[in-house]
Design a protein around this ligand. Structure first.
Ligand code: ATP
Ligand code: MG
Length: 232
């Protein structure tokens, strides 16, 4: 079986003065390449910390973290930054689009670092904007779009570099329920269409219904795993 993420007994401890907080407290898990994984749990249960450990933004206090065959916990900051740029796409609650750039430019700006040929850059950008359903909106500015449309732009931006892994922290936390559902459906479709592994954190319990695997976090531990991929 091809596993893209493997965590072994991962602990992340933060020191708040005298008190130590175990944000992640002994997590072992594996995520199959191409799967759609949802992480649920109450506020403060360690969801964001877990994502940050998987992306190498935060180093674990102890334990092993392998992502795409690489020991990310052993990388220097520079190596981890490079690895993130090459292998991971991010989608956040607040869309993090540049307000003074058009939709097209918002997607092209990051991609331009890796695609030098202008025609190829334009084709790749348009391909992903069309995949997320934004055909005809390329020249708009973010503030001329709905929240759901803006989040589509950030999904296109995250996937246009063709990462191995898409990490989303509360991707619908800033959207109304109905719009949120369309963004979840989009993420699921993009996962199927592109084969990109998706790990998404949410408070929306129904997301578990279409996930291959759902991790329920509580107090830094995995309390339960459900879904068709739960046993893997
Ligand atoms: N940089 C930090 N320094 C100190 N403590 C931290 C830090 N980051 C997180 N924590 C603590 O670790 C615990 C887990 O935080 P985390 O942000 O991972 O939770 P979360 O599940 O993402 O919560 P939310 O749903 O509110 O986003 C919390 O008790 C938090 O206060
Ligand atoms: Mg969080």
């Amino acid at each position: 079986m091809d596993e893209i993420v493997v965590l072994e007994n991962v602990v992340k401890e933060y020191r708040n003065g005298e008190r130590a907080v175990r944000a992640v407290n002994g997590v072992s898990l594996s995520i199959e390449r191409g799967s759609f994984v949802v992480v649920l749990g109450p506020s403060g249960s360690g969801k964001t910390t877990l994502l940050n450990i998987i992306s190498g933004l935060v180093g674990p206090t102890s334990g092993q973290v392998r992502v795409a065959g690489k020991d990310i916990s052993a990388m220097t900051d520079a190596q981890a930054t490079r690895f993130r740029a090459d292998s991971i796409g991010f989608v956040f609650q607040f869309f993090n689009l540049f307000p003074t750039l058009t939709v097209l430019e918002n997607v092209e700006i990051g991609l331009a670092l890796r695609i030098k040929d202008p025609q190829e850059l334009r084709e790749r950008t348009l391909k992903y904007l069309h995949m997320v359903g934004l055909e005809g909106m390329e020249a708009k500015f973010p503030d001329q779009m709905s929240g759901g449309e803006q989040q589509r732009v950030s999904v296109a931006r995250a996937l246009a570099s063709q990462p191995e892994l898409l990490i989303a922290d509360e991707p619908t936390g800033n959207l109304d329920a109905e719009t949120g559902e369309t963004v979840w459906a989009l993420l699921r479709n993009m996962n199927r269409e592109t084969g990109t592994t998706v790990i998404a954190v949410t408070h929306w319990a129904e997301a578990a219904e279409f996930a291959d695997k759902t991790l329920y976090l509580r107090s830094g531990r995995i309390e339960r795993i459900s879904g068709p991929g739960a046993g893997r």
